[in-house]
Design a protein around this ligand. Sequence first.
Ligand code: SF4
Length: 202
Amino acid sequence: MDPDVTVSEDLHGNGLWIVESGGRHTRKMKKTDPRKLADRLLHQLEARPPPLALLADLCSTIFEAPAWPGSEDSGRKEGVWMDTRMANFQCRQCGRCCRELNFRHQLPETDYQRWIQSGRNDILEWVAVHRRGENIISFSIWVVPGTLSFATECPWLRKTDIDGPWRCDIHDIKPEICREYPGTRKHARMTGCSAFQTNKHL
Ligand code: SF4
């Protein structure tokens, strides 16, 4: 934050107050919620990127994982590298992420285009495409074909027998959000993934 900005917690615990200079003699006080604060911090990081070493420290604190400044093998692109602590991840196919997490508005256009190129109309039937004028602005999954209603559960999730693991019928071509979950060990813990639950280091 700028040096003339003060952030304090709301006494009732439902937000934060930001006080900043609004001119020569005035100080403006604004209430903000975590999402607005995150937007503001991202904007600030983009406008005035801090040194990579400081960003690495921040990433390390936020993601509870080792992070360090570095560059690609080619040496051209510099950035922050992080050990996501996912090396020992092994999905238990408990199906919890598929049944309980809300990922319905997070389909990137790359998945949509991949399904078009693969002729997967069976999947595309369950995708709602949101447009503004001619332009596609976002997608929603899994919307019951011919309706505007979300399916009560993922239509591709199956159990072969009652005590067996859950399986995904479109595993090889499933959405990126499913393929990439969980992104880090902390992400797994915060969202209830059972893959590491017996690990005493979690
Ligand atoms: S919650 Fe974790 S262990 Fe369970 S199916 Fe999802 S990724 Fe696998």
